[in-house]
Design a protein around this ligand. Sequence first.
Ligand SMILES: [Zn+2]
Ligand SMILES: [Zn+2]
Length: 337
Amino acid sequence: MTISELGITRPPGPSSSSEPTLRPATRMRAWLAVLGLGAAAVWLGYVGLQALVAAGDLSSALAAARDHSAGPVLIVFVSVVLVAERLWPAVPRPLVARAHLVDAAYFGIFAVMVLPLLTLVQTGLGVEVEAHARFLLLSHLSMVPQLVVIATILVGIDAMNWAAHVANHRSLALWRLHALHHSQEDMSVLTTFRTHPLVHASYLPALLPVLVLGAGGTVPGAALIVYACLVTLPHANLRWAFGPLGRIVVSPAYHRLHHIAVPIDSRGSVNFGFVLVCWDQLAHRAIFPTNAAPCPTGILGRPVPLEQGAARRAVPQVVLAQLAQPFRLHAATDVSS
Ligand SMILES: [Zn+2]
Ligand SMILES: [Zn+2]
């Protein structure tokens, strides 16, 4: 499928004033849904904290999560990609671009605050599933080789991440949280971490393959670290399309089209894949990159407070404004699709 086949014709520019206005009740529902998601996350986090403290596993669980998602391997990987971006940038950027500082701040927030809280929330979900939906947990997998179970879990995680990502674009409430990630106009590998903390709650379904098949084999930490690196690389400011491998694995050039500033609808509709491209192909939502110049990224009309805006606010001020936006009754990201 090509861009022209999908009808991407709207030129870059300010958000169209002809966007249909939302009914107040619709906005209210989106706002309440964001608050509800936050309340559910707090509850699951509390349940998870209780369970880990009772089992004496709190520190080991937090250490494992840090190693898998923000540990030394990932930091070295991101550093190497940052060097590659200096050598072969898709779009040349200053060495210390303001966008990079903001996205680096999000990495710090993720590593120090979000990851520990997410660990509690994920543990809480596991506790609740075990208590109330035990029928979901398969325990008779001894006939299946462990390697097959582990591979199935990883593919299942990727499928659920894809589905949750689509929901982030289709749901008005979830788009309030996901828009921050898409607001970046100067993408780099650090943009991976430019996410609202609460958006991680929308990706909790990705835990289900682990819970459902977990009795058949625990996914080795090394596999989770490799998965985290593969999720991070597509945001790099590189033109890499991976050649024939790019038809299987998400490349920076492929994911850049997901962040295109001129989407086919107001929330972007192609290339949702995290690591595997097959989910987009099955849903006819895959566009493969060509040799054309890298597309501009961001959101038309800049509905999210930006570091690139005319007002030169300090980085902490920008981040706080971005984090607060989804909780406003009238969020500028609210547009009908
Ligand atoms: Zn997206
Ligand atoms: Zn992205």
